[in-house]
Design a protein around this ligand. Structure first.
Ligand code: NAD
Length: 512
């Protein structure tokens, strides 16, 4: 038997036991599926997909709305599972029903229009009689592979978009937190929806088996796994969209509203125990306000209540880390920083039972330290003093990642100019992480934070489709200028036409 604490990647045991990371209690188990089970699931989904596609986007969207009703009717139950398998505070777990229902409603409302044919105009005199269309055909089977940090929201950020596009979806949640998603997929069949959504459970091997049988992969997870999936997708010549890790910088300029910036830093850095791809992982503060900023942030972080509270109670703010290896990683980053001369103004160690780590503020941090260079994915805020905005931008860009960033200032023009210089897929001004919930905007990582994007208005649906160029004729003579037989008369005419159409001056136009 494998457990969530040692996160299996190769094991083939029959069941994976899921334990609550806050107190170690067993909360459920799922099958650790192998290649054959995943392949059989894929065949069933493929068989059901054509009928689903034939329904058309409006009828497919109706099924999303019925699923949304089911989620609302089962909201508390789902949230309880999310809390238990993730060891979260009830407040942190509350974001999931919000994210899930917002995504479903958006996909249902906007999918049908986005998926309609495009009718571009033909270009140039030779094409004047052509009628052009772009038709969007779904990839029959899409694999959605997700991480453990948001057990429902992560698969739900992509699944409704693929479904409304007409794809069948073979989902693979993390082996650490699969239970809430398994329950949500049960909801899809409970409402009587067509069997075009299923869930393969298991570790990395099950994920790899999914990549081997689908027509397109949507992956969210670590950069290391993303690289492996990208390589395999390349071998199979299937497209993949990779949403990967981050090391998001926050830049606080001297004119910022310090109270708002401090509240933003605490939430953006520590929400979900810091386990968000777009979490604030490092803070650069202009020298004149550095000391005050550190003081305010430290006070707020020290006041945070830690632990997994009773459902509905909102008695704690911050819960546990998801796995032992995550706890080890966070401990290493903080211990190395402290050994290298940094100081924890609050926190700085594991908090006892379960995988809890004290919310931590680090100062006197050096840019070369692991806590600044590597993704920590934990409740740790390193705060670094910078001389000015130029130094902040230079240090913010000193990373292999490029997911998002935030700039805190009252000067909108300055924020615009600084954003231009940041190598990231998103910039929030006087806020953090919130770009992820703007579905009309693309959520994409630059550099090692990803390839492709999710959301982004129509693009968020069309990425699950293959474009088909479609040309029809307004008039249909018995032959055309380009067709056989070639003759000197027609060839000469063509030569003249090339010059007439392409030249910018009369001398060349008439030379033909
Ligand atoms: P992970 O890469 O370890 O696992 C993610 C998923 O991939 C899991 O379901 C896992 O079983 C599966 N997997 C593992 N090996 C595989 C393989 N060879 N082939 C196919 N699937 C495989 O990531 P994690 O530890 O679960 O999640 C944390 C990471 O996710 C962090 O780096 C975080 O930044 C990232 N993340 C990114 C975003 C984003 O949108 N950019 C969002 C959330 C999390």
């Amino acid at each position: 038997m494998t457990t969530s604490s040692d996160t299996p990647t190769t094991g083939r045991s029959a069941e994976i036991e899921i334990r609550c990371p806050a107190d170690g209690r067993t909360v459920g188990s799922v099958p650790d599926m192998g290649e054959a089970e995943v392949a059989a699931m894929a065949s069933r989904l493929r068989a059901a997909q054509p009928e689903w596609q034939a329904l058309g986007p409006r009828k497919r969207a109706e099924w999303l709305l019925r699923w949304n009703d089911w989620v609302l009717d089962n909201k508390r139950h789902l949230q309880e599972i999310v809390q238990l398998e993730g060891g979260k505070s009830w407040g942190d777990a509350s974001i999931e029903p919000l994210a899930v229902t917002q995504t479903l409603r958006y996909a249902a409302a906007n999918g049908p229009a986005a998926l309609g044919d495009d009718h571009p105009r033909a270009v140039g005199l030779p094409n004047v009689a052509k009628k052009l269309r772009v038709r969007h055909h779904p990839y029959p089977l899409v694999g959605v592979i997700s991480p453990w940090n948001y057990p429902l929201a992560m698969p739900m950020f992509d699944t409704p978009f693929a479904l409304v596009a007409g794809c069948a979806v073979l989902s693979k949640p993390s082996e650490v937190t699969p239970l809430a998603w398994v329950e949500a997929v049960k909801g899809w069949s409970e409402i009587g929806a067509p069997p075009v959504l299923d869930v393969a459970t298991g570790g990395g091997a099950a994920g790899a088996a999914v990549v081997d049988v689908v027509d397109m992969v949507q992956f969210t997870g670590s950069t290391a796994t993303g690289r492996r999936i990208g390589a395999r997708a390349g071998e199979r010549l299937i497209p993949c969209s990779l949403e990967l890790g981050g090391k998001d910088p926050m830049i606080v300029l001297a004119d910022a509203d310090l109270e708002r910036a401090a509240n933003g830093a605490v939430w953006g850095g520590l929400f979900n125990a810091g386990q968000s791809c777009t979490a604030i992982e490092r803070v650069y503060v202009e020298a004149p306000v550095y000391d005050r900023f550190v003081e305010v942030v430290t006070e707020k972080v020290a006041a945070m209540r830690q632990g997994m509270d009773e459902p509905g109670s909102f008695r704690t703010d911050i819960g546990a880390l998801a796995t032992q290896s995550q706890l080890d990683l966070v401990s290493r980053h903080v211990d190395e920083a402290l050994a290298g001369g940094a100081r924890a103004t609050t926190g700085g160690r594991a908090a006892g039972e379960g995988f809890l780590y004290e919310p931590t503020v680090l100062v006197d941090v050096d840019q070369s330290m692991a806590c600044v260079q590597e993704e920590t994915f934990g409740p740790v805020l390193p705060i670094i003093r910078v001389a000015d905005a130029d130094e902040a931008v230079r240090l913010a860009n000193d990373t292999v990642y490029g997911l998002s960033a935030s700039i805190w200032t009252k000067d909108a023009d300055r924020a615009d100019a600084l954003a231009d210089r940041l190598r990231v897929g998103a910039v929030n001004v006087n806020n953090c992480m919130i770009n992820v919930f703007q579905f009309p905007l693309p959520h994409s990582g630059w550099q090692e934070s990803g390839v492709g994007s999710r959301f982004g208005g129509a693009k968020g649906f069309l990425k699950f489709c293959r474009d088909q160029a479609y040309v029809t004729e307004r008039v249909e003579p018995s032959s055309e200028l380009l067709w056989y037989p070639y003759t000197a008369r027609v060839g000469g005419l063509m030569g003249k036409m090339v010059n007439l159409l392409a030249a910018r001056d009369w001398r060349r136009r008439l030379r033909g």
